[in-house]
Design a protein around this ligand. Structure first.
Ligand code: SF4
Length: 901
């Protein structure tokens, strides 16, 4: 809960505020009802077209993430000793402006850069882009969206002429075939995946999953194509050849609306001359390839949707283009139930694209053609227009390392964790002459690079503006909490710096309404219909109309306020001649292959209940319970080959860095591959910043790094003991420990493995907590130590450790830790690992919404439950957001296999 400074009319009921989820690109509508004590009740907005009332586990737990405990609440300035002093806003902003001015005067505008985020609102993004590209005169504005969907942007612009998603979410309801390429939608776009599942169950739509890794999404698929990493473009080139060879192309559409077809087809024939060759290059069987081609070819209402498996690739742009080619060749684009569909990762990656948040775009979907530079210059009345494309994220950090960029302002992102070669990035950031971070939370690894200034920025619930989701739908994010401490919105911070740099006249906005209206006006400025992004209908936005803005899909051209559901069914591409441009693919292959030293390919991605670097989801005990610690997943065959075992630990090393992760065997991971999650930082785990091991190689067109296929080695790591710790405050484990930290009800939990002895741990506990209220179970010879510390009738700490391989279960103790009243009389039961009522450990959480554990679900299946629906009736698991339904199916299947065996 928030401190007294944040209270608003305590006890007075407040109506629900309509806002938008801050996590993924689905862009679900949220109803937030402030409780008057700094928190809010969260529900899905039934009137929002993106989700129709649904939320996934992450969205449903937003209310658990509103506390102020980890927030940056005041401007901070680094002092000579390397610590931080609290300073006033004037001093902080003066220091930023003076630092920028000095570096610009000394080294020129190209020496300064902004690194932004798909978490920013469009209005924040707009003023940051305008300041840098129009007034400071540097093109170096890039964003973490570079890591997310820039290959889609490049593919869209190459083939469609503009960065336009042709269709919308309703197509997922009405498609007869949904092909998911490189997308674990069940975990990463859960609400959309529910819509796809509903289409399948109610209309009989078929779902095909194309992914090297068999994920939860594949559990519900009619066909699973586990292709070789990086071979997607070959598969779709072969599909184009198949469509042409079997008379399945739309000759009329091609003749009227597409150029380059013959050259693209000839190129596809060279890449994929036969089914056999496609099978060989993709690792699929010829039968599987043929079945997929026949299904795709025979189903006019087909949506091909893709996500990071396509984008985060050295051939990402070609992969996107190869998919677009198949839809163009069949005219299956912009029609109800049919079209290519990019599933955006972040909540406002699309909004960032709209304002020019990417280094290779200028503003309002305009690029760096001279006429566009001049148009934007005149609109902004800008004195120092950037004249060329700027540096993309990886190249930007190279420039920081080489001291070509000397001032960097990072907003709302965590590059010291998320960028490839993250250790080198962190070191480079520490060498900047001026390093500014605008941030919500202290638990951001990037702060460990010691920025000169930390500016407290508004968080979700406090911010006011717009975001655009994957289907081009602009929605309002509305504030429902007051700004705590001295926190300010990003747009305000940027405009205050602009004013101090002498540009106040162009940045004198009274609020986000005026910024949005200007952004809308720019989109329509000298736009005769030749530019896709046009929200001119909103150029006259007033506070009243802006506050009342309903979700709407752009273009929203002047006089057409209802927006545009689909584009391109009748051509009209934004290419000058109106024709889409099919273009030969390069298909260069993976950035780097395996070798004797690095014989595996490291794939990275998300887990179900966490988001990015966990600075928000990591605050929720519910969300933290599902995947409590970072694992490396690999095929049992590779595990045997490299001597690692389920539940053990392994070091994953690449040319760029190394991590140590717990091992989880998964037959769904191809032999030759490893999978590791992206979420853990130095704040939440001792050795799990996977970005440190990821290669910096990028797609040559988009600049998006290949984060799915870094050559890597794996080797076992041995620890003597393992256990867990629950504390109200942070407790430092001995140095020879691996740990993962997570939020639990009432405090902090750590799962650890260690070479420290039980005696070492016992001593550490006694030093930290004293012996008053300490109950212990000690078997030092047997390597066992368990303790509970009860103070003032309250369990304040528990530590269990045992020899490695005999990890004590912790869910029962976690429950006791959350339930103060139950424990004092039950300390011995607690140390025995049983609940106050003698109940056994419920096991790891599967259903985050209702806190249902694995053991309870297994027991229900063993007791006769046959389906996830049965489990829902008995335990409620899976009956809310549905994110755990694929896991329930897997557990049920395992239970049936056990019985059969
Ligand atoms: S699917 Fe989940 S994370 Fe994504 S926007 Fe909806 S509620 Fe948020």
């Amino acid at each position: 809960m928030r401190g007294a400074e944040a209270l608003t009319n305590p006890g007075v009921p407040v109506a629900a505020i309509r806002t938008t989820c801050p996590y993924c690109g689905v862009g679900c509508g949220v109803l937030a009802t402030p409780d008057g004590r700094g928190g809010a009740a969260i529900a899905g907005d039934p009137d929002h077209p993106a989700n129709l009332g649904r939320l996934c586990s992450k969205g449903a737990a937003l209310g658990e993430t509103l506390g102020l405990g980890a927030r940056v609440l005041h401007p901070l300035q680094r002092n000579a000793a390397g610590g931080y002093d609290r300073v006033g806003w004037d001093a902080a902003l003066d220091a930023v402006a003076a630092g920028l001015r000095a570096i610009i005067e000394r080294d020129g505008p190209d020496a300064v850069a902004f690194y932004l985020s798909g978490q920013l609102l469009t209005e924040d993004y707009y003023v940051a882009n305008k300041l840098m590209k129009g007034f400071i005169g540097s093109p170096h504005v890039d964003t973490n969206s570079r890591l997310c969907m820039s290959s889609t942007v490049a593919g869209h612009r190459r083939v469609l002429g503009s960065d336009t998603v042709p269709g919308n979410y309703e197509d997922l309801d009405s498609a007869d075939l949904i092909v998911l390429v490189g997308s674990n939608a069940a975990w990463c776009h859960p609400v959309l995946f529910r819509r796809m599942q509903q289409n399948r169950s109610q209309r009989g739509a078929r779902i095909v999953v194309i992914d090297p890794r068999v994920t939860a999404t594949a559990d519900d698929a009619d066909m699973v194509l586990a292709i070789k990493p990086g071979s997607d473009a070959v598969l779709f080139a072969g599909l184009l050849v198949h469509l042409a060879a079997n008379g399945l192309t739309d000759a009329t559409y091609l003749a009227r609306h597409v150029s380059g077809y013959e050259a693209a087809l000839e190129n596809a024939r060279q890449i994929a001359p036969s089914i056999a060759r496609v099978a060989e290059r993709t690792g699929l069987t010829p039968v599987a390839v043929s079945r997929f081609y026949e299904l795709w070819g025979a189903t006019p209402a087909v949506v091909t949707a893709w996500s990071q498996g396509v984008n985060q690739s050295a051939q990402g742009t070609d992969k996107v283009a190869a998919i677009l080619h198949c839809h163009l060749a069949t005219g299956r684009i912009g029609r109800p139930g049919g079209g290519p569909f990019s599933l955006t990762g972040q909540p406002n990656a699309m909004g960032g694209r709209e304002v020019g948040g990417l280094a290779n775009m200028l503003a309002a979907h305009m690029g760096y053609a001279p006429v566009e530079i001049d148009r934007v210059r005149r609109f902004w009345n800008a004195p120092n227009m950037a004249q060329t494309e700027g540096l993309k994220a990886v190249a930007m950090m190279d420039a920081v390392a080489e001291r070509r960029i000397k001032a960097l302002w990072v907003m709302a992102t965590n590059p010291a964790v998320s960028l490839p070669r993250a250790d080198a990035v962190r070191a480079a950031l520490g060498r900047l002459d001026l390093f500014v971070v605008s941030e919500n939370v202290l638990s951001n690894d990037t702060l460990s690079a010691k920025p000169h200034l930390v500016l407290p920025a508004a968080a979700w619930g406090e911010k006011d503006g717009t975001v655009t989701n994957s289907e081009r739908r602009i929605s309002r994010q509305r504030a429902f909490l007051p700004l705590p401490g001295e926190v300010k919105p990003d747009w305000w911070i940027i405009c205050e710096v602009a004013r101090r740099l002498g540009f106040g006249g162009a940045f004198g906005y009274a609020g986000p309404t005026e910024i949005y209206a200007e952004h809308a006006a720019l989109s329509a400025f000298e736009n005769d219909g030749s530019r896709d992004f046009d929200i001119g209908s909103h150029a006259g936005s007033t506070k009243q109309s802006y506050d009342a803005l309903e979700p709407v899909q752009w273009p929203v051209r002047a006089g057409r306020p209802l927006g545009t559901a689909r584009l391109f069914a009748q051509g009209g591409f934004f290419t000058g001649d109106g024709r889409a441009r099919m273009t030969p693919l390069a298909v260069p292959g993976l950035a780097a292959g395996t070798s004797e030293t690095f014989p595996l390919l490291l794939n990275t991605g998300r887990v179900r209940d966490h988001w990015h670097t966990m600075t928000r989801t990591g605050l929720s005990p519910r969300l933290s319970a599902h995947t409590a610690e970072p694992t490396v997943q690999l095929n049992p065959t590779d595990a045997a080959r490299f001597g690692v075992t389920e539940g053990g630990f392994a070091r994953i090393a690449t040319r760029f860095g190394a991590v140590v992760l717990k091992v989880a065997l998964d037959a769904g991971v191809q032999t030759g591959s490893l999978f590791a999650p992206i979420h853990w930082s130095a704040q939440t785990a001792s050795h799990a910043r996977i970005g440190a091991a990821v290669q910096p190689a990028c797609d040559p067109f988009s600049g998006q790094p290949e984060m799915k296929a870094t050559p890597a080695a794996i080797a076992p790591v041995a620890y003597a003991a393992q256990g867990f710790m629950l504390t109200r405050e942070t407790f430092a484990l001995p140095e020879r420990s691996w740990w993962a930290k997570l939020a639990v009800e009432g405090g902090e939990g750590r799962l650890f493995a260690t070479d420290a002895t039980p005696a070492d741990l016992m001593a550490a506990v006694r030093t930290a907590f004293g012996e008053d209220g300490l109950t212990e179970m000690v078997d030092l010879e047997g390597g066992v130590y368990r303790c509970a510390v009860v103070q003032d009738g309250r369990l304040v700490a528990a530590l269990f450790v045992a020899p490695f391989g005999r990890a004590p279960l912790w869910d029962t103790v976690k429950q006791a830790f959350a339930d103060d009243a139950a424990m004092p009389e039950n300390r011995l039961a607690l140390l025995a690992g049983r609940g106050p009522d003698g109940s056994a450990d419920p096991g790891p959480t599967v259903c985050a919404c209702f806190g249902v554990g694995l053991n309870a679900i297994r027991a229900a299946f063993a007791g006769g439950a046959a389906t996830p629906e049965d489990i829902g009736r008995q335990l409620r698991a899976g009956t809310n957001c549905g994110s755990c339904l694929p896991e329930l199916r897997r557990i049920g299947a395992q239970a049936r296999e056990t019985v059969a065996a």
